[in-house]
Design a protein around this ligand. Structure first.
Ligand code: PAP
Length: 329
């Protein structure tokens, strides 16, 4: 594929001279798709993303009311963004009907909640953040928590991490990557992604360090970091959305519960509803079609694609890496 046709996150055309110098001192590798990755502060990034991370680290000034939605890619980010937007929007008394001016009806959740390193700080360490002011600034990130710790030091901002069964995450990655690169979905690509996933040298990997960075912080500072699971959101959405609302300091009132607001929000943010909206059927941003953020959304779908040997290897890695942490799958 012509490098200019790649989504911008996979390219290396936004790198400053200093970052180039830094990269030359870092561990680097080329992934199975031919894209260059380097390891910075323990995490693997494509070069443009690294530039965004560095811009963020040097320029971001947190506000106390900021909300940061964090995840390992393909773990439920789009859903968490939609739920967060809907929760914070509800003070505006939406009707949730088709003539409503609810932002989720007019934009993809990724357009409403931009990613710090891939959108906001992609090009500069001093972007104009004025448009993100009301009512609370909402950002997302795929950085591990340790990449943000220095920048967010002493900030009481709210960080929500959504995690997902890593096998489903891997399979979701495979589908997404092939869709974005517009290449055929071959077993060969799944197998090479699997290898990278297992040895940790994958975009934003190793996944276990990612998970553990947020898991530990959620235990140490539960008012600052909330740890959620995709599977729990699927199994008990009403309970989980209430947890999220409480964490943000805007719990549902009795009146809201009685008038069905919880269910309206869940319905608005459902995969079925979001994927059927015109903006998500036809729109795109950062060279990614909105429709590619929505697929099956099923728990355990990886069983249909991973061999028992692959599953076993992942299980063993999880057992070894998460041992003693209290985090289980
Ligand atoms: P991202 O990291 O690129 O933002 P992310 O949203 O985290 O992707 O993950 C995409 C997965 O969430 C897809 O899973 P699948 O490949 O196993 O199907 C997608 O279908 C699922 N997803 C997206 N929106 C929703 C939603 N509203 N409810 C449930 N699952 C969703």
């Amino acid at each position: 594929m012509d490098p200019k046709e790649l989504p911008s996150i996979l390219r290396d055309d936004k790198i400053s001279v200093e970052t180039n110098k830094l990269i030359s001192s870092l561990l680097s590798r080329t992934d199975s798709q031919g894209q260059k990755l380097c390891k910075y502060q323990g995490c693997w990034y494509y070069y443009n993303t690294l530039q965004g991370v560095l811009n963020f680290q040097s320029g971001f000034q947190p506000q106390d009311t900021d909300i940061i939605l964090a995840s390992y890619p393909k773990s439920g980010t789009t859903w968490l963004k939609a739920l967060t937007v809907a929760l914070l929007e509800r003070s505006k008394n939406h009707s949730y009907s088709s003539d409503d001016e609810h932002p989720l009806l007019y934009d993809n959740p990724h357009g409403i909640v931009p990613c710090l390193e891939m959108d906001v700080y992609h090009e500069s360490s001093s972007p104009n953040l004025a448009k993100f002011s009301a009512p609370r600034r909402k950002f997302s990130t795929h950085m591990p928590l340790h990449a943000m710790e220095e920048t967010l030091k002493h900030s009481p901002c709210k960080i929500v991490y959504v995690c997902r069964n890593v096998k489903d995450t891997l399979v979701s990655w495979w589908f997404f990557l092939c869709a974005v690169l517009k290449i055929e979905q071959s077993r060969g690509i799944l197998e090479s992604l699997f290898e990278s996933f297992c040895n940790g040298t994958i975009y934003y990997g190793p996944f276990w360090e990612h998970l553990l960075s947020y898991w530990r912080a959620s235990l140490e500072e539960p008012k600052h970091v909330l740890f959620m699971r995709y599977e729990e959101l699927k199994a008990e959405p009403r309970h989980q959305i209430k947890r999220l609302a409480e964490f943000f300091g805007c719990p549902f009132t009795k009146q809201e519960e009685e008038s069905g607001v919880v269910d309206k929000i869940l319905d608005l943010c459902s995969l079925r509803n979001l994927s059927s909206l015109e903006v998500n059927k036809t729109g795109s941003r950062n060279d990614v079609d909105h429709k590619d953020y929505f697929r099956k959304g099923e728990v355990g779908d990886s069983k249909n694609y991973l061999t028992p040997e692959m599953e076993y290897k992942i299980d063993m890695i999880i057992q070894e890496k998460l041992q003693g942490s209290g985090l289980k799958f």
